[in-house]
Design a protein around this ligand. Structure first.
Ligand code: NAD
Ligand code: UFG
Length: 337
């Protein structure tokens, strides 16, 4: 019996991926320090899957704690979600971001190498495309970082590519996520941000549930069809399935590769708000405010490589996204607390 180890397994994307892997018949270990999540998500994943998983509290910067996992369990592959993800915070605390995101990945790879485990899926971000103007964006789009968070993802991609070049027995899939949203259709697991949400969808659901009075839409004068920012929103269940597909790909021994995980569809802030209100029959009060510094007008993925190579594409619709996001929030007004 061999295991798939998920660092950051109890977080938003990790918990949905844990569920997908358990349902695909895998044995799963979650390794998480719970700095931005709660073990309650894992309890619910086990309940939904009708199967248990190994749960370990630990920090990816702690090589001894990581080594103890590989010593105790036969691990065949690692999906590395653990990291810090708030763009604004990364500009205030860059050293913490580089230490955790870049340093944590290096430590993880050193321990993996020590134990001869060389299959890795890494959570990168479409933020590495910076201000690219020519959507849909293929993986060959030039990369550029706009802030320490983006820089930490880009640096980690380079570290992983160099590692694989130095030792071809490594198989590494870098997944560049576009905008993950939504929740498992059960409404039992979902996104549970600390404090005031930075991202659009949790902000909308918190307005709808009455925790916040109105949504501020950042900018109404972008060069887009309705003047609001356009993004590629991907349902987290589709994203989770992308990790299952990437792990299958790695098991064939494919070296280093990079994949966009997105829908290929650009939707505006107003598209999301309007559809959320219509499908869920709710009011979402909003007002237009200034653009948010650092925001890009419009970008979305060219996901054709993931389709061709991983045999993966998104299945969920915008209606699924807005319904499932609300279902989670309505059933869990205070998240996992
Ligand atoms: P999340 O914060 O919900 O999950 C990250 C998990 O890692 C949390 O459970 C947290 O407790 C854990 N963690 C943080 N630091 C750790 C450490 N030092 N040791 C062990 N565990 C640690 O975030 P998420 O949205 O699930 O994102 C997962 C990954 O995907 C991150 O690497 C993130 O940068 C990347 N990503 C996320 C998005 C997004 O919009 N959600 C977009 C692109 C990329
Ligand atoms: N927006 C609002 N009001 C809000 C929040 C967001 O109008 O309260 C708008 C933004 O201006 C943008 C769109 O909604 O046009 C999406 O914003 P998000 O903050 O949800 O997502 P971003 O595209 O800014 O960033 C996300 C992740 C980053 C990641 C990036 C690229 O949060 O971590 O995608 O992958 F780097």
């Amino acid at each position: 019996m061999s295991y798939v180890l998920l660092t950051g397994g109890s977080g938003y994307i990790g918990s949905h991926t844990a569920l997908a892997l358990l349902r695909a018949g895998e044995q799963v270990i979650s390794f998480d320090n719970y700095s931005n999540s709660s073990p309650e998500s894992l309890r619910r994943v086990e309940q939904l899957a009708g199967k248990s998983m190994v749960q370990i509290k630990g920090d990816v910067l702690d090589a001894d704690a990581l080594a103890a996992v590989f010593k105790q369990y036969p691990v065949k592959a690692v999906v590395h979600f653990a990291g810090l993800k708030a763009v604004g915070e990364s500009t205030q605390k860059p050293l913490w971001y580089y230490e955790t995101n870049v340093g944590g990945t290096i430590k993880l790879c050193q321990v993996m190498a020590e134990f001869g485990v060389k299959n890795l899926v890494f959570s990168s971000s479409a933020t590495v495309y910076g201000n690219a103007q020519n959507s849909p964006l293929p993986e060959t789009t030039p990369t550029v970082a706009m802030n320490p968070y983006g820089q930490s993802k880009l640096m980690t991609e380079w570290v992983l590519q160099d590692l694989q070049r130095s030792d071809s027995s490594w198989n590494i899939a870098v997944l560049r996520y576009f905008n993950p949203v939504g929740a498992d259709a059960s409404g039992c697991i979902g996104e549970d941000p600390n404090g005031i949400p930075n991202n659009l969808m949790p902000f909308i659901t918190q307005v709808a549930v009455g925790k916040r009075s109105e949504l501020q839409i950042f900018g109404s004068d972008y060069p887009t069809a309705d003047g609001t920012g356009v993004r590629d929103y991907i349902h987290v269940t589709d994203l989770a399935a992308g990790h299952v597909a990437a792990l299958q790909h790695l098991s064939k021994g494919e070296g280093f590769d990079v994949f966009n995980l997105g829908s290929g569809l650009g939707l505006s802030v107003l598209d999301i708000v309007t559809r959320f209100a219509a499908v869920n029959q709710l009011e979402v009060p909003y007002q237009f405010v200034e653009r948010r510094p650092g925001d890009v007008a419009r970008y979305f993925a060219d996901p054709s490589k993931a389709k061709a190579v991983l045999n993966w594409q998104t299945e969920k619709t915008l209606d699924d996204i807005v319904r499932d996001s609300w279902n989670w929030q309505k059933n869990n007004p205070n998240g996992y607390n």
